[in-house]
Design a protein around this ligand. Structure first.
Ligand code: NAD
Length: 439
């Protein structure tokens, strides 16, 4: 099939590359000329494990190309995916400007029947608006069908998730489009992955409901962690104990420094806004959001409790991306903690295996180290913000010997608190007894 993808970011590039790898002919379109010029030279705008290799392979085999020429791409395609961003506006609502721009472009240049697939995360009812814009912009009336096909990939695992999804959700009302979508995903269905066909509005809600539910799990465990910090108990033990209940499940129960990234924060807010517009109070989601914001701010008091006045102290931040295996720092807890530390007069030294270049644009004046060991030298405290694997197995004795004060504030509970204390660190994690005990 000939496929055009509007938006060459995380979702667009992964979708385009994987669909090309399944044998389709894919053109990725973007309005960002620099991004397309780089992609034409195999330079990717994002870090995603395995993506560059797969992308180059499919470019070489002539199934994948990049362009800013939307007209040709639209006219030569059977299926058009929309994968542009839907960031929050000031009120928390999803900003649909980019979606509507793409809809207008498609309408203007359409020359025959097309299936138009919305893969961006959009509020319920958006497909109807996209449909109306396309109709309004069409010079000649060509038939088309709208499909909602939300994406559930996780950054850092995106290729695997696209090729091995738990489910493929397709919201579609027209039989013709349904058959085309099933044909498109047949290759994945053959590996035992269920295609779930539903109506468009349910499909649009499924994406938000899934993300909001996962965010709720995280905020719930962070609140349990706060309780453990006051009354004792270890949130990791609690997570194991409740996770053994199959109705609850063991995944997504890690307490930490709060969720970030380009999806959960904005999607929780957007769903709250959608509910409000429908006249429904959704206090549960407001609480999920508030708990998360407080959790992002929870490291500073722990650092202060162990280090004292932070003026002039050197604090090492390990991990900048919102989670491991990505360079995405959008709404990352690291941004909150770095800003808080700077406000107290501390010197910040940071290290991340991948995300330092992106972070330099936001915090150009802090120190950036070449390794975790380099970052720890002469530090008064190390703060673990992202649980990159390489931080799990650091030589902590070497780290301790190079620090001015051996203190670890472990925002991801990656170290064994007893072992860290035996080595001579002052250590505090998240939800692992109260702070006096932890020292
Ligand atoms: P992104 O910001 O990485 O990429 C968006 C791209 O769209 C940019 O390259 C931008 O230049 C391009 N763009 C904007 N307007 C355009 C236009 N008119 N024509 C062509 N290109 C245009 O975004 P992303 O992280 O890939 O997210 C895209 C959507 O997918 C969002 O709705 C997001 O919520 C959803 N989503 C993201 C993830 C994720 O992990 N990143 C996972 C699932 C769903």
């Amino acid at each position: 099939m000939n496929i055009t993808i509007f938006g060459s970011g995380y979702v667009g590039l992964v979708t385009g590359t994987c669909l090309a790898n399944l044998g389709n002919s894919v053109t990725c379109v973007d309005v960002d000329q620099q991004r397309i010029a780089n992609l034409q030279k195999n330079i990717l705008p994002i870090y995603e494990p395995g993506l560059q290799e797969l992308l180059i392979k499919n470019v070489q085999e002539k199934r994948l190309s990049f362009t800013t020429n939307a007209t040709t791409a639209i006219q030569e395609s059977d299926v058009i995916f929309i994968t542009v961003g839907t960031p929050s506006d000031e009120s928390g609502k999803a900003n649909l400007t980019y979606i509507f721009q793409v809809a207008a472009t498609i309408g203007k240049h359409m020359n025959s029947y097309k299936v138009i697939v919305d893969k961006s995360t959009v509020p319920v009812g958006t497909a109807n608006q996209v449909q109306a814009i396309i109709k309004q912009e069409q010079k000649e009336k060509h038939p088309f069908d709208l499909v909602s096909n939300p994406e559930f990939l996780r950054e850092g695992e995106a290729i695997h998730d696209f090729m091995n999804p738990d489910r493929i959700v397709i919201g579609v009302e027209a039989k013709r489009a349904e058959e085309i979508m099933i044909r498109l995903y047949k290759g994945l269905e053959r590996t035992g992955k269920p295609i779930f066909i539903t109506d468009i509005k349910s499909s649009e809600i499924i994406k938000y409901a899934a993300n909001a539910f996962l965010a709720t799990k995280i905020s719930f465990m962070n609140q349990i962690a706060q309780l453990c910090e006051k009354v004792g108990g270890d949130v990791k033990e609690v997570a194991k104990g409740i996770g053994l209940d199959q109705r609850i499940g063991s995944r997504f129960l890690q307490a930490g420094v709060g969720y970030g990234g380009s999806c959960f924060p904005k999607d929780v807010q957007a769903l709250t806004q959608t509910a409000q517009e429908a006249g429904i109070e959704f206090p549960l989601l407001e609480a999920v959001h508030d708990v998360n914001n407080k959790q992002k701010q929870s490291l500073l008091p722990k650092i202060q409790a162990l280090v004292g006045d932070l003026q002039g102290k050197t604090i090492t931040v390990l991990g900048l991306s919102f989670k491991p295996k990505t360079d995405d720092i959008r709404d990352a807890p690291s941004q909150t903690i770095i800003q808080q530390l700077l406000n107290t007069g501390a010197q910040v030294k940071a290290y991340d295996p991948i995300a330092m270049d992106v972070m330099k644009k936001y915090f150009p004046t802090i120190g950036y180290a070449e390794s975790a060991y380099d970052a720890a030298k002469n530090a008064d405290c190390i703060v673990i913000v992202t649980e990159w694997d390489e931080f799990r197995y650091l030589d902590l004795i070497k780290i301790k010997d190079s620090m001015k004060n051996p203190i670890i504030v472990d925002g991801r509970n990656i170290y064994d608190s007893e072992e860290a204390k035996r080595m001579g660190f002052k250590y505090i994690g998240v939800g692992r007894g109260n702070s006096e005990e932890a020292q």
